[in-house]
Design a protein. Structure first.
Length: 199
């Protein structure tokens, strides 16, 4: 009985993922890809931020984007995960506000032409929203990956990949954000413009 239920549940979950995948706006995904290539060409930096499961995804973006070009002879994509320094994050959260855990870090390093990838299932995490707004203020490009109803992050970002899904259903949208990471990295390996930068 349990096996049959697991089979049905797996099929239902797969359908949720397929439905989300079908909602991907590939015009927006092309914008994101072009922005990442420009960051590399201009020797700027990508910053990544998120909370909870999205924090883990942000760290994964850092690994995949920063390390897959390890064979490039001259330079790598510079990627900083704003979620990885727990002592600093807890200090900022304790002494200032949790809403500032990303912007306080960005003050030290973020500059014009840099990019922030802000990941949030709900789009309403204020520390991520503030980070996107701050990136825009400094002349950077804010990229949002959001689900649910989009939240405030959808409007705060210059570029936003919004894939709506039922509020509170975190798993599928977090899965999709990870899939997008893997899709982008695997695509860049065959993009003629990007690979022409390989020396």
């Amino acid at each position: 009985m349990r096996k049959e239920k697991l089979i049905q549940h797996s099929a239902d979950y797969q359908k949720k993922l397929n439905d989300l995948f079908d909602q991907i706006d590939f015009d927006v995904l092309e914008q994101i890809t072009s922005t990442i290539i420009d960051v590399y060409k201009n020797e700027k930096t990508i910053y990544v931020a998120g909370n909870g499961g999205s924090a883990a995804t942000a760290s994964h973006y850092k690994v995949d984007f920063g390390f897959f070009v390890r064979y490039f002879k001259k330079k790598r994509i510079k990627v900083v995960s704003l979620t990885d320094h727990s002592p600093l994050m807890t200090a900022i959260g304790n002494d200032n506000s949790y809403d500032e855990v990303f912007t306080q870090q960005m003050q030290d390093y973020f500059s014009k032409g840099d990019v922030l990838i802000a990941i949030s299932a709900s789009g309403n995490s204020m520390n991520v929203v503030k980070a996107a707004e701050y990136a825009n203020e400094l002349g950077g490009t804010s990229i949002g990956l959001v689900g649910f109803e989009g939240g405030k992050l959808k409007d705060a970002c210059k570029i936003c990949l919004f894939t709506p899904n039922p509020k509170g259903d975190y798993g599928p949208i977090e899965d999709l954000h990870m899939i997008i990471c893997h899709m982008l990295v695997s695509y860049l390996r065959q993009d003629e413009e990007f690979m022409s930068l390989y020396e």
